[in-house]
Design a protein around this ligand. Structure first.
Ligand SMILES: *Cc1c(COP(=O)(O)O)cnc(C)c1O
Length: 368
């Protein structure tokens, strides 16, 4: 019999499937050149602060050295930025790594992990990777007034069991763009026991403008079981460097440190993140530009009869109320790449990132 490594995979890995990037983007860039509109990955097309290039140039001569395994300079900058002690911060190779690490360190086959239907795709993967019992809670209905397909916090609270070790929430959520406000989160946290970690993924935090939503971080002192994750991949536009962080109780960070790979964040990412964080003006420009462009695109789509889910992020979910496959391939053939939602159970929707004005116009022109 021929050798099959898959037969040797452990029990939890056996049932997992590899990440599907959707499209072969390098090949598509060759095929379409400058006409390609890449609206599938929620990247920030304005790019990072100009200070990042200078920080990278300074770092390149020393890349033969290992990076600082503690990331002290960046943690101190984040501590000042967030007004928390640096001992409460952990850095990751993207926040994706931190979500996986949280599951690895706190969940196992004896406990359950709760997440929402139409929530971020990494949550059930992190849970399955450690063999935990994954509990998926139904999302809000498609005709909900403010958050169609969004997290139903009351139902999620009701689903938490004695053995629930982690609840994963995303706010705003990807792929829906929906959000819940501070008061709703406060009430939720008050009802969850301290034996359950509540992880709030704030990958799109910097884009939020609803005054009723600041950040879960404001509740860190009141709820020691709260964990807030953020990333430099979206508003800070460092997706290619892979760096994210979390804020939690110092004892939670200490546990994560036991399993964290010592040099998980590379030297260029550390330097770039520090430079990006320091440029508040650039971030303000990103926020303002993204909001205007998102509102413009949403309006243009609505005026053509498309149903656009309200979003506080740098993408919108377009609800077609019929299968999206033919529209997706129609756009694909014209060099407009959007994210199909079949894998999320939203086969009748497409997620469209806010691109450059040129890309957004090419999307509108390519629509049937
Ligand atoms: C993009 C995204 C992340 C960020 O992932 P990184 O690994 O930091 O690039 C995390 N959570 C959500 C909900 C996202 O959409």
């Amino acid at each position: 019999m021929s050798f099959d490594g898959a037969r040797l995979a452990n029990t939890t890995t056996k049932v997992l499937r590899a990440y599907d990037p959707g499209h072969d983007l390098p090949a598509l860039r060759l095929r379409f050149g400058a006409r390609l509109a890449e609206l599938g990955s929620n990247e920030n097309v304005l790019g990072p602060s100009p200070r990042v290039a200078a920080a990278l140039a300074t770092s390149i001569p020393v890349i033969f050295r290992y990076p600082d395994p503690k990331g002290t300079a960046l943690k101190n900058a984040l501590a000042t930025h967030l007004k928390v002690d640096a001992s409460r911060i952990a850095l990751g190779n993207g926040s994706h790594e931190l979500l996986m690490l949280l599951a690895q360190c706190f969940a196992d086959a004896q406990v359950s992990v709760v997440h929402s239907e139409f929530g971020f795709a990494v949550f059930p993967i992190a849970s399955a990777a450690v063999g935990a019992i994954t509990i998926r809670v139904a999302a809000l209905p498609s005709d909900h007034a403010t958050a169609p397909y969004g997290h139903d916090l009351d139902a999620i609270a009701a689903a938490v069991r004695d053995d629930t070790r982690i609840v994963f929430l995303a706010n705003p959520n990807n792929p829906t763009g929906t959000w819940f406000d501070d008061a709703t989160l406060d009430k939720f946290l008050a009802g969850v026991p301290e034996s359950t970690l509540v992880v709030v993924d704030e990958a799109y935090h910097e884009f939020v403008e609803d005054p009723a939503l600041s950040s879960a971080a404001r509740f860190l002192d009141r709820y020691p079981n709260l964990v807030v994750t953020r990333t430099f991949s979206k508003a800070y536009a460092l997706a290619g460097l892979r760096i994210g962080y979390l804020v939690a109780h110092a004892s939670v960070v200490d546990v994560l440190e036991r399993l964290r790979e010592s040099f998980n964040v590379n030297a260029l990412a550390l330097a770039a993140a520090e430079a990006a964080l320091a440029d508040a003006d650039h971030l303000a420009h990103v926020r303002e530009w993204t909001r205007r462009e998102r509102d413009w695109l949403s309006e243009a789509l609505r005026s053509r009869g498309y149903k656009v889910v309200p979003s506080q992020a740098n993408f919108v979910l377009v609800d077609l109320a019929r299968t999206a496959a033919s529209l997706e391939s129609h756009l694909f053939e014209r060099g407009v790449i959007v994210r199909p939602m079949g894998g999320y159970g939203l086969g009748h929707a497409l997620r469209i990132s806010i691109g450059s004005r040129g890309e957004n116009e090419r999307l509108l022109a390519a629509l049937p």
